[in-house]
Design a protein around this ligand. Sequence first.
Ligand code: AMP
Ligand code: SF4
Length: 461
Amino acid sequence: MFNKMNEECGVFGIFNHENACELTYYGLQALQHRGQEGTGIVTSNGERLIQYKGEGLVNQVYQKENLKNIIGIHAIGHVRYTTNGGGGLLNVQPFLFRSQKGQLGLCHNGNIVNAKNIKDHLEGMGSIFQTTSDTEILAHLLKRQAGSFIERLKESLLYLEGAFAFLVLLENELYIALDKYGLRPLSIGRIGDGYVVASETCAFTTIGATYIRDVKPGEVIHIDEKGIHSHHYALNHNCHMCSMEYIYFSRPDSDLLNVNVHASRKKCGITLAKESPVDADIVIGVPDSGMSAAIGYAEALQLPFEMGIIKNKYSGRTFIEPSQALREQGVKMKLSAVCSIVKDKKVVLIDDSIVRGTTSKKIIKMLRDAGAKEVHVRIASPEIKYPCFYGVDFSTYDELICARIDVESLRKKIDATSLSFLSIDGLLDSVSHQGLCLACFNGKYPTHLYENIEDANVEIK
Ligand code: AMP
Ligand code: SF4
């Protein structure tokens, strides 16, 4: 049976570096926020590919001892976060395939919306899948094409619809492919005589690599000993970078398409202050992803920016925990109100987004319990009213609170003194972009959706 999964992951690759494996470890650690369920590395010494993978965090999976064994001059790596089941070691990437022609390492960030159709078709033609991941489809498609590897890859990618950032490692070649909508971020850089590729530029800073440029929508990059070669697999390509990368996912120190994430979030906060000002005593942000917008909001209204909530650095992201019950428990474990800062104050609370509404409700209660007089909630993104089918963790309507109730009902539900969201125009004005996907805010999906739309529980709308 086809097992539906969403993956919002991180990929990292390096070509031609004597410390390829260790640098991949550090690169993956920098991308840890993109996935905490499992991680893997495939390395090549130029002749043979070796795979190492495990479930858990980067620093839990790779110990010094096993890092020594996975030597190589090229490597690809992955951090994984899966939402709808389908967990387990088998699905941890990169995958390693062997055929008579050689070996192939493969990993992917994103979600292929026509995965079920292609899998059905391939299975009908005799393919047997080892995993429930979308990623494996590319290996099966590659096997069925003719011509040089780049021709086969370009031909295979034409079958796929949706969001993908693929890394493919052969013994002495690295291939990098981005979907024709540019939905997921992917940048390339240089290190010594080699090249690096990563979901976010923060991985380059960590390992001392220099950013070159972003991979373009529909581009396939081939790196070999002669250098870097650019190809395109699709004639029509357009940039629809995921807005949630700017709003929530990416690290503030990363640049997406040459635009800094912190600066974008801060501008969202400034715009939000213009759209929905409050006469308050202090502005506080929900750590970590609400902080940049809170700084912008406070600056625009010349209000004091305060640390009204402190995060316990050693507890994981609450969203990552699979069940709602655990998530609810998690918020308290993670955040604490600073009573002396918020007591008797009119507080503006800034967060980056509301998905299920669990977090804001808990935090508002926490602030009220700590003595806050008023809690005005300002959200630095528009209302998320539509599911995402491109790998972000809300693929059904029923998990989106803003799909079900209006802003005033939500305000009452979370017990906020007032509540407003950034407008879609405000978001577009705040992020210097080359084209954004706004589908979860306005329902205008850049791709066909195939069966995903039925699975999304449309009838409850
Ligand atoms: P909630 O409204 O309780 O579902 O959670 C909203 C919080 O989760 C916000 O503070 C965001 O920082 C964070 N968040 C937003 N989108 C996601 C996502 N797709 N995956 C994980 N966390 C998210
Ligand atoms: Fe990102 Fe939303 Fe588009 Fe999904 S629908 S890719 S979360 S902007």
